[in-house]
Design a protein around this ligand. Structure first.
Ligand SMILES: [Zn+2]
Length: 76
């Protein structure tokens, strides 16, 4: 059984460095919490256990805004 939690806006966390999505916290029964990208399981996710937003942030430092990037490239 699985459930997920949206991270409150007051929590300082980076967006996914691949797609720019805000991460979610997923509870996996008997294993623990994983902080992951809601878009794709192949994007970064933390190891199951305690909620580790710090680990997520370390691995997603180059946070991009995908919409803005698309606008920039559309000028070329
Ligand atoms: Zn992503």
């Amino acid at each position: 059984m699985r459930g997920y939690i949206n991270i409150p806006g007051s929590v300082n966390c980076n967006c996914c460095k691949i797609c720019g999505a805000r991460p979610i916290i997923v509870l996996i029964k008997d294993i623990g919490y994983v902080v992951k990208c809601p878009v794709d399981d192949n994007h970064y996710k933390t190891h199951a256990g305690l909620i580790d937003i710090n680990d997520w942030n370390i691995h997603n430092t180059d946070c991009i805004n995908h919409e803005e990037e698309k606008l920039i490239f559309s000028f070329h």
